[in-house]
Design a protein around this ligand. Structure first.
Ligand code: WT7
Length: 660
């Protein structure tokens, strides 16, 4: 898009007047935060949270880039998310309207949640979990996932939630890295009608102590599906035995603001996932503040639905910590949008009167593909605000979302942030910002970002460059678990003193931010972050693969799709690959990646090639492979060591691509 088009484009949406007049966040928030950023955050921390000891310090940046926020304050995160709402007289308010995929439902009030969290805290203590110990959670989208996270927070045992779609191997490596002492899991969970093998995966991950998992003493198992599971008497305990029997009394300790709250693994540019560390007071301040201002939250009347999974950071900050700190009523749904029909979401919105909906662009594009007529029979008039997260939202999807889901009246907020940032960083404020489809627009009050050129100089409006955060923020990661050097190297070395997010961005003529995607070897598939290196190392661990290169190619629905190029081993004793067994081999390689990492990492395509395009120094030129995967003319090949390679890759591709 050119600046000329932007200026003449009529497609901007001022906030609805009634929302603007009464919005939780008004324009003066930018002024207050701009005038004194630290005083602004100190005020947010005091007004949004309940402290056992109020902090007198705001930011300690003396150990930069390791920040400490509100360091002399003490609080309990679970008390802030649950107990205090009950004490304030809101015990009967629904915290969670839960709906299982098969159609079973549970209503959990704040009083219920308080009781369950205390019991689960006592149960974890009875299993020997101590303050500071790590607890791995590998759970479906059931209320026990929320309860377990809050129980960990309550006793000061950092949780490490591992997405239920990850494999046994991926679980083992995360358990090992964090040295988790307990794993909380379920027999399985429902996705598209089929129960997933969660407990079986835990068993596999912990089966062979020589391979890992040796830190785990107990496995706490929620019964969800009722499927048969193997049982290890000395190690496994049922949730309904130990949690149901536990006392409802638990006195929550007041923990330091910098007490670790959780570790969450995310993909980086190497094959090894990074354990992103978040702590308590600053993280919760930002989660509560951003949830309240970006979604214009009214806890007395709103019904909020974030359709993410608790296994990702969106679920941490915008299902568990932000919404519960703000005392809202929310919907939690276990399954997929097409089970049993493609109208499931709209039935859910109607049933609970959802007012605020937060989802990913890939889901919006899927609904677009299915057609707007599926929404027509449903009363969606309760919706008053829509959010988007996880990847750039193209203007078409943004506009479709507003028109068909938001009945042409609701604001849409495109929220940019990361696992590392803990909470939303760039987003419109719904009562203030005139929104532009496709742009995340401005840093929130209290957050300072810039777009830099190669040399670290901020680009002017209209320019393109690298997105950075220029000042520390309360929800920022405190490091990478067990790897301080990697933290400094990954985020703070490209532009010294600036946090480098890994995203490219453009500033338009008004200074609004347009995200352009990752500039490193990280892919974004359906809003999920995947590392090219991780999938490459999974591929080369297969006996038939000599070398692999993975790229993210653009995909109409999922944003990016994983495309793998593999060179087979000549020396493994197998017969040479002919046309007929290529298909079987490709299927085997996709399954292998699914086993090594998880189904989400399975390549959309596996292309068997004889050579890979490399520079003279041996670096794979992924840009050229992306051209092939996206069906484009190959770009500049002059830096290739062997310029004929691209021709032979294209020539050899007939028949070796497999979709699905
Ligand atoms: C990466 C972070 C944020 C929670 C879910 C993903 C991309 C995220 C947007 C957005 C454009 C976005 C970025 C970022 N991303 N939100 N609104 N517009 N891109 O968290 O797994 O840590 O991934 O997701 O590339 O770096 P994550």
């Amino acid at each position: 898009m050119t600046s000329q088009q932007e200026r003449t484009s009529p497609q901007v949406y001022p906030p609805p007047p009634d929302l603007a007049a009464h919005a939780v966040a008004q324009a003066e928030l930018y002024e207050r935060a701009g005038a004194d950023r630290l005083a602004f955050w100190a005020e947010q921390a005091r007004s949004l949270l309940t402290w056992e000891t109020e902090p007198t310090q705001t930011l300690d940046w003396s150990g930069a880039p390791f920040a400490r926020w509100f360091a002399d304050g003490r609080l309990n995160v679970a008390v802030n998310c649950v107990d205090r709402h009950v004490e304030a007289g809101h015990g009967d308010r629904v915290a969670i309207h839960w709906e299982g995929e098969p159609g079973d439902r549970r209503t959990i009030t704040y009083a219920d949640l308080a009781r369950e969290v205390k019991k689960a805290a006592n149960a974890l203590l009875s299993l020997g979990v101590q303050q500071g110990d790590r607890v791995a959670l590998y759970l479906p989208m059931v209320p026990e996932a929320v309860v377990a996270m809050l129980a960990c927070a309550r006793i000061g045992a950092p949780h490490s939630v591992v997405f239920g779609g990850f494999s046994a191997d991926a679980l083992r490596s995360r358990v090992d890295d964090a040295q988790a002492v307990v794993v909380v899991t379920a027999d399985g969970g429902y996705r598209r009608g089929a129960p997933s093998p969660l407990k079986a995966n835990v068993d596999e991950a912990l089966a062979d102590r020589a391979r890992g998992g040796g830190s785990v003493r107990k496995v706490l198992v929620v019964r969800r599906t009722g499927q048969d599971v193997a049982w290890h008497d000395e190690r496994d305990v049922w949730w309904h035995d130990v949690v149901d029997a536990a006392s409802e009394e638990h006195e929550a300790p007041a923990l330091e603001a910098e007490h670790p709250l959780f570790v969450l693994y995310t993909s980086g540019t190497t094959g090894r996932p990074k354990g992103i560390l978040h702590t308590s007071g600053g993280y919760l301040t930002q989660a509560a503040y951003t949830h309240r201002t970006v979604f214009d939250v009214r806890p007395e009347s709103d019904v909020y639905w974030c359709a993410a999974d608790v296994g990702w950071v969106t679920g941490h900050s915008y299902i568990v910590y932000g919404p519960l700190a703000n005392g809202v009523t929310q919907v939690m749904y276990e399954g997929t949008p097409d089970t049993p029909t493609r109208e499931r979401w709209w039935e859910v919105v109607e049933r609970y009167g959802v007012t605020l909906l937060y989802t990913a662009p890939t889901t919006v594009r899927t609904f677009m593909k299915w057609g707007a007529d599926l929404l027509e029979g449903h009363d969606l008039s309760s919706l008053r605000l829509l959010g988007s997260v996880g990847e750039p939202i193209n203007p078409e999807a943004w506009t479709w979302y507003r028109t068909h889901v938001g009945s042409g009246r609701t604001p849409v907020v495109d929220t940019w942030w990361q696992t590392e940032t803990g909470g939303i960083m760039i987003s419109p404020l719904p009562g203030v910002t005139t929104t532009k489809p496709g742009s995340a627009q401005r840093a929130l009050p209290g957050i300072c970002t810039a777009v830099l050129d190669d040399t670290g100089v901020p680009v002017a409006d209209g320019g393109t460059g690298y997105l950075v955060v220029t000042e520390p923020w309360p929800g920022m990661l405190r490091g990478i678990w067990g790897d301080a050097d990697r933290y400094v190297e990954t985020y703070w070395s490209r532009f010294p003193g600036r946090y480098f997010a890994g995203d490219g961005a453009r500033l338009d003529e008004d200074g609004d931010v347009w995200l352009l995607g990752r500039v490193d070897d990280v892919m974004n598939v359906s809003g999920h972050r995947l590392s090219t290196a991780e999938i490459e190392s999974a591929l080369v661990s297969h006996p038939r693969v000599a070398e692999a290169a993975v790229v993210g190619a653009s995909d109409d629905t999922t944003g990016q799709a994983v495309c793998a190029f593999v060179i087979l081993r000549a020396d493994d004793g197998s017969p040479p690959v002919g046309e007929e067994d290529t298909e079987a081999l490709v299927a085997a390689l996709r399954a292998h990646v699914g086993r090594e990492i998880g189904p989400i990492a399975k390549p959309r395509q596996v292309l068997v090639v004889a050579e890979l395009p490399k520079t003279r120094s041996g670096k794979i030129m992924r840009r050229l492979l992306r051209d092939v995967a996206e069906g484009r003319e190959t770009g500049d090949v002059t830096t290739l060591a062997d310029s004929s390679v691209m021709g032979s890759i294209r020539a050899g591709l007939g028949g070796s691509a497999a979709d699905g």
